[in-house]
Design a protein around this ligand. Sequence first.
Ligand SMILES: NC(=O)c1ccc[n+]([C@@H]2O[C@H](COP(=O)([O-])OP(=O)(O)OC[C@H]3O[C@@H](n4cnc5c(N)ncnc54)[C@H](OP(=O)(O)O)[C@@H]3O)[C@@H](O)[C@H]2O)c1
Length: 331
Amino acid sequence: MTSQYRMTKFRTAETGNDIFELTHDEPRPLKDGEVLVRLDWISIDPAMSGWTTNKRSYMPPVQPGQIMRAFGVGEILESRFEGLKIGDWVTGFTGMQTKGVLKGKHLRKVDVSIAKPQHYLSGLGMTGYTGYFGMMDIGKPSAGKTVVVSAASGAVGSIASQFARNAGARVIGIAGGPVKCKFLTEQLKLDGVIDYKNEDIGKGLDRECPDGIDIYFDNVGGEALDAVLARINYKATIVVCGAISQYADWHKQTGPKNYMQLIAQSAKMQGFTMKDYMHRVPEAFIALLTAQKKGELIFREHIVDGIEKFPESFEMLFSGGNQGKLLIKVR
Ligand SMILES: NC(=O)c1ccc[n+]([C@@H]2O[C@H](COP(=O)([O-])OP(=O)(O)OC[C@H]3O[C@@H](n4cnc5c(N)ncnc54)[C@H](OP(=O)(O)O)[C@@H]3O)[C@@H](O)[C@H]2O)c1
């Protein structure tokens, strides 16, 4: 028996996240090229709000009736694909399900002897790669630069912040609430924090960045982006990783008001997705694993038990309830 969450309808401002139903069935027999995977860990991502909205994006939306798209990690139970055998561990787009019949060529083998399986969804997976490439390839931090990161205590933000800190930059994190801010100063050793839920972001930036901002790693868009734009330095770089403050309604997004500062400061804003970097994943993997083994990088994970918790856990990403990479432990 396998259980899976299916999308019942496209997400809109009216439906909110009430668009999933839990169904159960028996996995069908394998065809050539397919494997049966038992999922042990599944990732819950803000991107799911975009994947369920009927709007142009970097990949087509999930269609009503389909199993919800999700990254997972698990073990092969049966195989009719040459490259994978029973007992191998794999990751990829496995879907929000306990077991799945999947195309072997779409999965990547992982080595669970060098890292915990769930790390392949957090620091050693897309989350880690996104923080690494966004910060190191686009932001390019170095000593003497002031870097600001929003949603800094979250999955991607915490990786990006730590790489900037390790590069010698002065790093200021924006996060919601004293617990997250304490994590940023005490665990991640950032140079300053702004608790946007309890203080004005602009005033916080004036206090923490008196010499302006050279690099902004943006995960939230909206008010924080405008406050940063008003304070960027000459030739600043804004890395547009995400805009979670705008995800409630993908059909109505508010653009930055202060974008003309890009002209005045000869600055740039650059978006990206991991599609741009898939050919460089081995580089990121080595950088992330090496830094973690040396104690220079923390992978923070927020684990919920059981696939049935998916819809309520997904909501946490938008209320700030998660403390790190949000993962479902399936077994
Ligand atoms: N470009 C890419 O390829 C790529 C890949 C992965 C993720 N992303 C983006 O990166 C961002 C972070 O994703 P993640 O997986 O690392 O999630 P996460 O940071 O672990 O969790 C989301 C966090 O966003 C903050 N947040 C939620 N609603 C907010 C709002 N209205 N205003 C300000 N902050 C808000 C909350 O933190 P606080 O409690 O601190 O508010 C929440 O905990 C998202 O925008 C996501 O879409 C982009």
